[in-house]
Design a protein around this ligand. Structure first.
Ligand code: SAM
Length: 257
């Protein structure tokens, strides 16, 4: 399993396949709706598993200082190129590191973001307590977007196609998948297990699903056929008991040690 190699390869097509497609833009804007509110009083945030920098650039554009951490030099190279082009590199500090080994030691920050499945590459999230303890200001928020362990649309489509192994794939823990041909181990965390791993200093404020019955990026070809499910998708994604039944779900936590 080599995260760095997998995401280095993935970095060349990530924006074209995820961030830059219409559905990708829509789901990211839903995360931003929550994250903008969560970081409305923030000045310096950590972006863990920053990828090609869509979020780092978004928040730097709003005047926040962002420390972006990612294990993949390829992803970081894309981030720096995009930040330079946008004239925002002064506001983004880049660190190539495994996020669970990264410890900020020389500054305080007032927000943490980890978007679109970066935390699914790490089994144990208790290290987030060690990241928060020395540097996260009390009252600050942590915004985590994780892949859900049950995505109803994907489940139904794979069952209808007679592919039960794929339909039940997310329910096995952990799951080995290939990212651009490189095997990577993925951990599908439940909201309860995230809460347990974060510990008592983090208090859940909200959770929202991103795509339960509507297609996620990569499923554009069926979008027109399932558009009528949009109102039900919205209900499932917004209701707390069902919000994690989605391709990804965002959770917002407040740090109150
Ligand atoms: C699916 S991408 C998401 C990127 C970005 N957060 C976004 O919203 O577009 C996952 C990212 O997490 C990074 N990543 C995965 N495991 C990591 C780890 N243990 N430490 C640091 N970065 C990691 C990958 O290199 C990749 O850039």
């Amino acid at each position: 399993m080599n995260l760095r190699e997998a995401f280095d390869r993935h970095s060349t097509s990530y924006d074209a396949r995820f961030s830059g497609v219409a559905i990708g833009e829509r789901v990211r804007s839903e995360v931003w709706e929550l994250a903008d509110a969560a970081f409305s009083a923030s000045t310096h945030i950590l972006d863990l598993g920053s990828g090609t920098g869509e979020d780092a650039i978004h928040f730097a554009r709003k005047g926040l200082h962002v420390t972006a951490v990612d294990v993949s030099p390829g992803m970081m190279h894309r981030l720096k190129t995009k930040a330079d082009a946008a004239g925002l590199s002064a506001g983004i500090h880049c660190r190539i590191s495994e996020m669970d080994r990264y410890r900020p030691c020389d500054f305080r920050f007032d927000g943490i973001l980890s978007n679109f499945g970066a935390i699914n590459c790490v089994d144990d999230l208790t290290w987030l307590r060690d990241v928060a303890q020395p540097g996260l200001k009390p009252g600050s928020r942590l915004v985590l977007t994780a892949m859900g362990s049950f995505y109803p649309l994907e489940f139904i489509v794979f069952l209808l196609k007679g592919q039960p192994r794929l339909a039940f794939r997310r329910l096995r823990r952990p799951v080995d998948i290939a990212i651009d041909g490189v095997p990577v181990r993925v951990h599908y965390h439940s909201l309860k297990s995230i809460e347990r791993m974060l510990g008592p200093a983090f208090h859940l404020e909200s959770v929202r699903g991103l795509r339960s019955l509507l297609p996620a990026p990569g499923w554009e070809h069926i979008e027109a056929r399932v558009r009528w499910l949009a109102p039900i998708d919205r209900l499932v994604c917004r209701a707390r008991p069902t919000a994690t039944f989605a391709d990804h779900f965002v959770s917002v936590w407040q740090y109150r040690p």
